[in-house]
Design a protein around this ligand. Structure first.
Ligand code: NAD
Ligand code: SER
Length: 313
């Protein structure tokens, strides 16, 4: 049975992943961690600022951790406002995690992103192995992180694994400052206000995914037979690609009086324009059986059902 430390566990992915991992590995085998000292979460929790190698080391030692799921990061939109913080947390934090993993013999799962690609990348059905050259600080840290994980595997045998997540959509915890966040906020506004102002232009396509599929991907790849993994890190995974007009139409099927207008944010638009429209995920399907369950309409129905309950509507 794995003993897992999750960094950045209070964020959009971590808050749901910890619950899922506790179902899979047992309540006492999953330690949530975050920068805050005192948090009111159920279960084991440690304060771990990933820029402090000592805090990582102590948590790993104390709980006999053998896998780290490293989620602590600064996302794309915040990263463009705070490039220095993004560099320090995303690069320094990952380096510290990999060093502790090397010394203590832990495996490491850490996500990359569609942000690891750039404007020179083939935009449609983006191949697994292709030109990257991202143009955001977040993307620079993500592509460097992919290489660093490969390096620690090849050079030191650290069992590193990871996927390139698209924009993730969920109802439990709000997203932490990314370019794809509009695709979460739109559901809240559709239910609360019946109108939404979209910060991206109507034909901006990006790959997106519903959180249950993203959580399944993490567990499936962590449990995958290592002898079948050719790539190990940075697997393209995909389940749906849509633009603002598509998600608007999907919501309108359920909330007919929902309206949307546009007020394009040039920083977000430039980031989105530099990313792929859709990814080719055939390597993930072939190497570890990636098989997502949700499409845009089934996600929309579930999001609206769950949010109605959460928001008491
Ligand atoms: P998030 O912003 O919701 O959560 C990240 C957490 O990290 C936050 O709780 C934040 O407080 C914490 N954090 C920041 N600096 C820290 C530090 N120095 N030490 C410890 N914790 C720190 O992000 P998320 O959406 O949960 O993303 C998790 C990972 O998945 C990141 O690597 C992100 O790049 C990747 N990813 C996310 C998405 C998405 O759409 N959510 C898409 C692609 C990749
Ligand atoms: N959802 C993330 C972002 O927009 C993608 O990595 O930053």
């Amino acid at each position: 049975m794995k003993k897992v430390l999750v960094t950045g566990a209070l964020g959009q992915i971590g808050s749901e992943l910890v619950v899922k991992l506790r179902d899979v590995y047992g309540e006492n085998n999953v330690i949530a961690s975050g920068r805050s000292e005192n948090v009111t979460t159920h279960g084991l929790y440690e304060q771990v600022d990933v820029t402090d190698p000592n805090q990582i080391f102590q948590a790993v030692k104390k709980h006999n951790v053998d896998w780290v799921v490293h989620l602590a990061a600064i996302l794309s939109a915040v990263g463009e406002n705070k490039p220095s913080a993004a560099y320090n947390v995303n690069m320094g934090g990952l380096f510290n995690i990999l060093e502790v993993a090397r010394e203590e013999g832990c495996g490491v799962f850490t996500p990359s992103s569609i942000a690891a690609f750039g404007p020179d990348t083939p935009k449609v059905n983006t191949p697994q192995d292709t030109i990257q050259r991202p143009t955001t600080m977040y993307g620079v840290t993500k592509v460097a992180g992919e290489l660093l994980c490969d390096y620690y595997y090849k050079r030191f045998g650290v069992d590193t694994r990871g996927v390139r997540f698209p924009g993730l959509i969920s109802y439990e915890t709000l997203p932490g400052g990314g370019t794809t966040d509009y695709a979460v906020h739109i559901y809240y506004e559709a239910l609360k206000e019946k109108k939404f102002t979209c910060p991206l232009d109507k034909n901006t396509y990006m790959d997106m995914m519903y959180m249950p599929d993203a959580l399944d991907a993490i567990v499936k790849l962590m449990e995958a037979d290592p002898s079948k993994l050719i790539h190990r890190n940075a697997f393209n995974i995909a389940s749906m690609s849509f633009c603002p007009e598509d998600i608007y139409s999907s919501i309108k099927k359920i909330i007919p009086d929902f309206t949307m207008n546009y007020d394009v944010n040039s920083v977000l638009q430039n980031i989105a324009n530099s990313w792929p429209d859709s990814l080719d995920d055939s390597a993930a399907r072939a190497e570890w059986g990636w098989d997502p369950k949700y499409n845009l309409d089934s996600m929309t129905k579930d999001m609206l059902d769950k949010l109605k309950i959460k928001l008491n509507l």
